[in-house]
Every structure is written in structure tokens, then in C-alpha cells.
Design a protein around this ligand. Structure first.
Ligand code: SAH
Length: 399
């Protein structure tokens, strides 16, 4: 990867941080995400669904709660962006099976948006009974397709644009933080973009430099910006716009969970290798690269098209979803000390404000009508106006 980047910079000049991130993470031949399983204790970082089954179960309840609140449509698509090892969607589908009597007349399909060949293979192993072959039809945007263990059709895509535009519930957990960011530094001459260049002093070493003049991505910086260093993520904006358009058109909802801020932080670009911080410019391709999600930007991109809720802290969201009750049920069911200890440790990791409880946030996109308490247009069977209470963002109330 370093040789590839050096060659690129030598031939066309320094590259933006966004281009650097994109190449390092998702280059089809050598990208960090493409050919390895970096998740879990043995990998570089661990995520909430890998820590506790309760996380996915509560998210499953959230989708069912929204489905019920908006008139129990006869069909929906569950769409996940960046599904990792498939653990989260697996836990959600288990809840769907357990609540089969509620969902029995609903036609569900699963759609995964994933660029990683390695992770898509692992997802298929987790979610389906057998190895799923690659699709032969080169013209189709679906690159794998199968049936989940509970008999639900499942398809894989490389891009959200390719997912059918039906009534859908969208999920993005630790997805937006891997999207490429442009970085800017305020200087006496105005905003200057940070680029990655070859260090002239040391061969085989990269360094950051400032662009000598203004660059196009500056258009993404707010006119009244007061920080002296900002990160902007145009790809996140494109995805939020697409989700917003889809939800405004067909209904449904999107749930985004990630670490981030509300337009206040400055330099958050960092690397992780073996659960430790890693210099982003050293040994590119061997460590995860990430930047905090700017939720204020996501909200701006959704404005006018759909309503947004949050960001609220993971601790509050999971509490509102009933994590304490679920933990108690699982503890009561198990006599095995190691299982009980694992459940308690998982709970602490997800909820402790010093661990993931306050670092992670939940953010949702919903059709405007959902919060206005008006009648839901799509479903004539619904006679009552639906509640404006959205589970997780306030205490869960079953209707
Ligand atoms: N949601 C999972 C995994 C998070 S890691 C969890 O919480 O455990 C980020 C995921 O996004 C990986 O599956 C990675 O392969 C995928 N990914 C990264 N960039 C992507 C892109 N541009 N499009 C689609 N998926 C992407």
C-alpha cells in the first residue's frame, strides 16, 4: 500500500486526506477492509454487536416498534450499510423470528451494502446455511444472493444506490466513521486543505502538508465556522441525502449509530491497530483509519426532506430501549457463571459512560409525518394517528 501511494503521489502530486483514506481502506486490490477480518478481540477493534447480543436485539425491537407505529406495512426491506461480520443483522433477525407472531404477515427481505470481499464471505457464513456463490450476471448490481437461516431472502450490493427503492428500514453502525474526510486548517490566507505528501527528508515516509491555495472541498465548510481545524465528509452527505429521499418517498426509517460530535470537534482522524492507537501515516493498509462523525452535518443534509432525531448517547438510547430488563431476563435464564460474567461485562462496556456509553450516539431519520402525529398515508388500515413517541429517543412504549 505504501509503495502504491508513493507511486501515486510521485506521478500526480500530494493527495487529499480523503483520497488517502479511501485508497487505504477500500482500494479494491489492497484496501484494509477488502481482504481481512479486522473485527473482534483478535482483530484491530471491537464493536458493540460483537460485545453483546443484547445490542442487536434491542435494535431489532426498535425496527419492529417503528414498523408497528407506522401502520404495519405488508412488506419491508432491512438494509444495513457496512455489516462487518453480520453479527448485528443476525441478532436482529433472531428477534424477528422470536416475534414471528407479530411479523407473520409481513414479507421481509435483507439487503447488505458491503465493499469487502472477505467480510461479505463471513456475513454469508453467519447468516445463511451454506456458502453463497458470487453472482454470475455481470450486469446485476447484486454480487451475492441467498436465503438466511430463518428463510429470508438476502442480497449483497457494493453501493446503496443499487438497493431497490422499496419501503425500508436502514441501519448504519460504525459505518459513517470510515467514510473519507477532507481536513482543513485555518491560516492567515484562509482555509487550506491538508494533503498527504512524501517526506523529502526520509525515503518511504509520508507527511502532512498544507495546500498552497484554496481547494474545491472548501465549499463544504460553513460560512460562520469558528473552529480553526475542520473535517468534512462529502460521502456522508451523499448517503444521508439518498436515505432522506428514499424515506421521504416511501416511508421507513434510518438508524445511525457511531462515535461523533455535533460540529464541535477538530482533529479526530486516527488509526487503530491491535486495539491501540496507530499513526495514520505509518504502514498504511495495516490499520483502520477513522474520523468522528459530524452529526450536525448529517442533520443539515437531511433537513427539509425528513425529520431527524438525536444524536443521543448510546447509554440513554439503550436504557430507553429496555436494556436493563433484557439483561435481567438473560441473567435469570443462565446458571453458567462464565455466561453471566460475559453478559455483565458486555453490559458495562456498552453502557458505562467512560467506555462506549457516552462515546457512541444514536441518530434517526424518519418521515416528517411520523413526528407530526398525523395519519399515515401509506396504510389505509391504520385508523388511529400514530404516536409521536419514537422508541429509544424517549422511553419505549408498546402500543
Ligand atoms: N457495522 C459493523 C462493522 C463496522 S466496520 C459492526 O458494527 O460491527 C465498517 C464496515 O463498513 C465494514 O463492514 C466495512 O467493510 C464496511 N465498509 C467500509 N467502507 C465501505 C463503503 N464505502 N461502502 C460499503 N461498506 C463499507
Amino acid at each position: 500500500m505504501l509503495r502504491h501511494l508513493m507511486y501515486k503521489i510521485k506521478s500526480t502530486g500530494p493527495i487529499t486526506v480523503a483520497e488517502y483514506m479511501k485508497e487505504v481502506l477500500t482500494n479494491p486490490a489492497k484496501g484494509y477492509y477488502v481482504y481481512r477480518d479486522m473485527l473482534g478481540e483478535k482483530g484491530d477493534f471491537i464493536t458493540s454487536p460483537e460485545i453483546s447480543q443484547i445490542f442487536g436485539e434491542l435494535l431489532g425491537i426498535w425496527f419492529i416498534s417503528e414498523w408497528m407505529a407506522t401502520g404495519k406495512s405488508t412488506a419491508f426491506q432491512l438494509v444495513e450499510l457496512g455489516p462487518g461480520r453480520g453479527t448485528l443483522v443476525g441478532d436482529i433477525l433472531r428477534v424477528f423470528t422470536q416475534l414471528g407472531s407479530v411479523l407473520k404477515n409481513c414479507d421481509i427481505s435483507v439487503h447488505l451494502v458491503e465493499v469487502s470481499q472477505k467480510l461479505s464471505e463471513i456475513q454469508a457464513l453467519t447468516l445463511t446455511e451454506e456458502k453463497v456463490p458470487l453472482e454470475r450476471n455481470a450486469g446485476s448490481p447484486v454480487y451475492m444472493k441467498g436465503v438466511t437461516k430463518s428463510g429470508i431472502p438476502i442480497s449483497w450490493y457494493r453501493d446503496l444506490h443499487d438497493v431497490p427503492k422499496g419501503y425500508s428500514f436502514y441501519l448504519a453502525h460504525e459505518f459513517f466513521d470510515v467514510l473519507p474526510v477532507h481536513k482543513f486548517q485555518k491560516t492567515p490566507q484562509g482555509w487550506r486543505e491538508v494533503f498527504v505528501d512524501i517526506d523529502p527528508q526520509v525515503s518511504d515516509k509520508l507527511r502532512f502538508v498544507l495546500a498552497p491555495s484554496a481547494t474545491p472541498a472548501e465549499a463544504f465548510i460553513q460560512h460562520d465556522e469558528t473552529r480553526d481545524h475542520v473535517e468534512v465528509c462529502p460521502d456522508a452527505g451523499v448517503i444521508i441525502e439518498e436515505l432522506s429521499q428514499r424515506i421521504a418517498l416511501t416511508g421507513g426509517a434510518a438508524l445511525v449509530a457511531d462515535y461523533g460530535h455535533d460540529g464541535t470537534k477538530t482533529d479526530t482522524f486516527r488509526g487503530f491497530c491491535d486495539h491501540k492507537l496507530h499513526d495514520v501515516l505509518i504502514a498504511p493498509g495495516t490499520a483502520d483509519l477513522t474520523a468522528d462523525v459530524d452529526f450536525s452535518y448529517l442533520r443539515r443534509m437531511a433537513q427539509g426532506k425528513v425529520a431527524s432525531l438525536g444524536p443521543i448517547k448510546q447509554h440513554t438510547f439503550l436504557k430507553n430501549m429496555g436494556i436493563d430488563v433484557r439483561l435481567k431476563v438473560l441473567l435469570d435464564k443462565s446458571n453458567e457463571p462464565s455466561v453471566r460474567q460475559q453478559l455483565l461485562q458486555g453490559y458495562d462496556m456498552l453502557m458505562n459512560p467512560k467506555k462506549m456509553g457516552e462515546r457512541f450516539n444514536f441518530f434517526a431519520l424518519l418521515p416528517h409525518q411520523r413526528l407530526q402525529g398525523g395519519r399515515y398515508q401509506r396504510n389505509a388500515r391504520q385508523s388511529k394517528p400514530f404516536a409521536s413517541v419514537v422508541a429509544g429517543f424517549s422511553e419505549l412504549a408498546w402500543q
